[in-house]
Design a protein around this ligand. Structure first.
Ligand SMILES: N[C@@H](CCC(=O)N[C@@H](CS)C(=O)NCC(=O)O)C(=O)O
Length: 203
């Protein structure tokens, strides 16, 4: 096993994988990709990430250039079944949240943060609308449960945590959702948890 994570410090997609490696206690090398310098679009990096995105996880000759796919790989290869249940309804519940992580979470809090923190040119009102739809649903789901997809932590929780924690950087306020706040504290109490650091606005 020789795990290497190509990541970018401020990227929540990267933190997802970094967090899960830490929860599983897996040693790995890290290569910081400087996106501002365009390192994610060099010919060398495009060989392992055809879309030129971070993160990318490699494990010897296995290459995975997507954060949710990396969570699935790590859970199946190195995790207990708890992280990714195999029964059909259990697996489908996990996939529902992985889809949300790449769908509603991306269209909402991820893009809101990209606008407010990095000055990206997206429709802010649309990100607010998607964030509200997502977090109203999550609040409802978590109102009588501790975890998103099972009676215990799964990769669904890992996938949804990082960008929810820094949603405030996109001026999306999750403090008004008590069940979501409680759930974030559950994630933060897991053994091996490492924080998603808040970014300050570039001067
Ligand atoms: N589906 C990918 C998306 C990753 C992603 O969007 N990463 C951003 C940084 S946080 C990126 O690399 N953007 C550059 C680009 O898309 O050109 C994943 O989940 O890993």
């Amino acid at each position: 096993m020789a795990l290497t994570l190509y990541d970018t410090h401020v990227s929540g997609h990267s933190h997802r994988v970094r967090l899960f490696l830490s929860l599983l206690g897996l040693e790995h090398a890290t290569v910081e990709i400087n996106m501002q310098a365009g390192e994610h679009k060099t010919p060398e990096y495009l060989k392992i990430s055809p879309l030129g995105q971070v993160p990318t996880l490699t494990d010897d000759d296995v290459v995975i250039s997507d954060s949710c796919a990396a969570l699935v790989y790590l859970a199946k290869k190195y995790g207990s079944k708890q992280w990714l249940p195999e029964d059909p309804p259990g697996a489908a519940k996990i996939q529902r949240w992985l889809s949300a992580a790449s769908g509603e979470l991306y269209r909402g809090p991820v893009l809101a943060r990209a606008i407010k923190l990095f000055g990206r040119d997206f429709d802010y009102d649309a990100t607010v609308m998607w964030s509200k739809r997502l977090y109203d649903w999550m609040q409802n789901e978590l109102s009588n449960r501790q975890w998103l997809a099972a009676e215990h932590a799964t990769i669904a929780d890992v996938a949804m945590y990082s960008y929810t924690k820094v949603a405030n950087e996109g001026e999306i306020d999750v403090s008004t959702y008590p069940a979501i706040c409680r759930w974030m504290m559950n994630v933060e109490a897991l053994e091996g948890f490492i924080p998603m650091t808040q970014s300050s606005k570039p001067a």
